[in-house]
Design a protein. Sequence first.
Length: 104
Amino acid sequence: MDLIGKEVYARIISFREREWFEDNGVFYLQESKPIDNWRKIRNRWIRFKDNKKKEFIFTQRLYAGTELFSLLLEAGFKTVDLFGDLTGLPYDHTARRLRALASK
């Protein structure tokens, strides 16, 4: 599994309720709101490209490393290893992602 852990989100993403940016002539507006006591983030993204507007609304579940580890064991996996990237660095204060490798 590959996701952004709560710890990484808090450190790297620097939560902002609203932001906008431009990338290669495409404008993006993003609105995010924590819900369920920070268990989820509700996102609304609006993209303006070639004078056309497209909107995306989705909810993203956030897991801490310890939460994901416990859930995978409860689901019947025998081993669970957490990493901070694809090279196998540990999931610690320098992690950029939360990557879990679980096997039955």
